[in-house]
Design a protein around this ligand. Structure first.
Ligand code: MCA
Ligand code: AMP
Length: 472
């Protein structure tokens, strides 16, 4: 199947430009570079990509798609432990990066500079829809991140459903500045543009001023952001007003606070479309371009998606708009399992085959979904990044002075939640030392913003830390 949209009736725009952080390529130019990558990596079991916000990342990912080789995007700021885990667990045979962008480490697979590869013609062998396109590493409640296998068919189904819901066409100009190693920035924000055929302006970082400039100078019509980005846009009213000429502003990856929704609507004239999803499911629920947008609600299931709510006993709870339950989904855009973790894959489904999101929601009689929380306190959402408490706790526990550690998400006005740690440690560890210690091992957004040094952690009779009693 052709994931890049050549099989769609509208087809891509001849003049489609993909611009990343100020450097652009036409669609044809990009495909030539990607074909060069495809020729180099053909036959590999999987390849990793040092996923900076760059044209090289896009060429490498598209090269993987052309070759039918699963691509593992590596967050460019990941620490040595994280990187070693992702490279080892995925079995990536090669590591693709822009020339000079990556400092090779011990045990890394061979480094392939994308810039040095030739141009070429795309391989002509079709790749089946059930082949894995991407392996995206994402945090669970405990332990190291798991590799989420995402098939080509899931991506195509997910993008086509969004194109319908958002009336996204080749006439749009998509603008965002999100990282290119998660679903939001990479699947929606790059593969979406390529499949739909709309030009892409990636702003390098998701800064308010850059969004405003793209609206005014580049005809930006469709804008993506996580809530932190929209909150920062609102903090620069001139930038928010510059978005008045846009067609659609879309928020997702974390709850959009109602005051941010309202302020954005006031300043930009657009009531934002909110949508809900997960790495494992892609986007499953969204408000519509031609419909209502309600602050605090994430909308209606996308075409092809079924949802239901389950109580703690597993029984279905009513869709009365009030009774919360765990949101469960069935959909063509669901993942193909966690790499090397059959038990975790099995545990994420109910006996009757619905995926358990772990999010607590209500569904109204009119079908509108509202996310009210998460079943586990051990998954933190900060700036739209999903962070597992267990991974940060393990990083803290690796410090010789740390005896016990408990990590939670606490409210943060800009990031939604921040990573906060409670630590029992010897006198040689202070807050700054411990934050820096985590920063050396894990990505920047995973380091705690605050470390409370405490004498003991609250525990229940079984000896388990009671996180809800932390800080009291
Ligand atoms: C961070 N910094 C710190 C600390 N933490 N400094 C000291 N102590 C700390 N504990 C540094 C950062 O490295 C940064 O430095 C500076 O402080 C500011 O950090 P921050 O406030 O976090 O802001 P930011 O770096 O500007 O990032 C905000 C952001 C970012 C741009 C909104 O969080 C982001 O890109 N989020 C998007 C995440 C995303 O795409 N999620 C999608 C996954 P310096 O400035 O020097 O770098 S979800 C998904 O895919 C699903 C399916 C979905 O629904 O979409
Ligand atoms: P990730 O796999 O990083 O995409 O994280 C998925 C999680 O992000 C979901 O399980 C939700 O907890 C959260 N999430 C994504 N979109 C929304 C939204 N619009 N509102 C509330 N939570 C969201």
């Amino acid at each position: 199947m052709d994931l890049l949209g050549a099989d769609l009736p509208d087809g891509p725009r001849e003049d489609q430009e993909i611009r990343i952080d100020g450097r652009g390529l036409t669609r044809a130019g990009l495909l030539e570079r990607a074909a060069g990558v495809a020729a180099e990596i053909a036959g590999a079991d999987a390849v990793a990509v040092h996923a900076t916000a760059s044209l090289e990342t896009v060429a490498a990912v598209v090269g993987g798609l052309l070759a039918g080789v699963p691509v593992v995007p590596l967050p460019p700021d990941s620490g040595p432990d994280e990187r070693a885990h992702i490279l080892g667990d995925s079995g990536a045979a090669l590591l693709l990066a822009a020339r000079g962008a990556y400092e090779p480490g011990e045990g890394d697979p061979p480094l392939v500079p994308v810039d040095d590869l030739g141009r070429g013609d795309a391989p002509s062998t079709p790749v089946p829809g059930d082949a894995t396109a991407l392996i995206l590493y994402t945090s669970g409640t405990t332990g190291a991140p798991k590799g989420v296998l995402i098939t080509r068919a899931a991506i195509a189904a997910g993008l086509d459903a969004l194109a319908e819901a958002w009336q996204w066409t080749p006439d749009d100009v998509l603008v965002h500045g999100l990282p290119l190693f998660h679903v939001h920035g990479l699947v929606l924000g790059v593969l979406g543009a390529l499949r739909v055929g709309s030009p892409l302006v990636h702003t390098g970082r998701p800064k308010a001023a850059a969004y405003a400039a793209a609206a005014q100078d580049d005809g930006g019509s469709l804008f993506f952001g996580v809530p932190t980005v929209w909150s920062r846009v609102c903090a620069e009213p001139g930038a928010a007003r510059a978005l008045r000429g846009a067609r659609l502003l879309v928020s997702g990856s974390a709850p959009l606070p109602v005051p941010v929704f309202e302020r954005l609507a006031d300043l930009s004239g657009h009531r934002p479309v909110e949508r809900y999803g997960m790495t494992e499911t892609l986007i499953t629920v969204s408000a519509r371009a031609d419909g209502d947008r309600r602050p605090g609600y994430v909308g209606l299931p996308l075409p092809g998606v079924e949802t239901r709510l389950a109580g703690e006993d597993g029984a279905e709870v009513p869709s009365d708009g009030e009774t919360p339950g765990e949101l469960q989904v069935r959909a063509p855009m669901l993942f193909g399992g966690y790499l090397n973790r059959p038990e975790a894959t099995a545990a994420s489904y109910t006996a009757d085959g619905w995926f358990r999101t772990g999010d607590i929601a209500t569904i109204g009689p009119d079908g509108w979904h509202r996310i009210v929380g998460r079943a586990s306190t051990d998954l933190i959402k900060s700036g739209g990044y999903r962070i597992g408490a267990g991974e940060v706790e393990n990083a803290l526990l690796a410090h010789p002075a740390v005896r016990e550690a408990a990590v939670v998400g606490t409210p943060h006005p800009d990031l939604g939640e921040q990573v906060t740690a409670y630590v029992v440690a010897g006198p040689e560890a202070d807050e700054r030392t411990l934050i820096d210690f985590v920063a050396e091992r894990l990505s920047a957004h995973k380091r705690p913003r605050t470390v409370h040094l405490v004498d003991s952690l609250p525990r229940n009779a079984m000896g388990k830390v009671v996180k809800t009693r932390l800080g009291r």
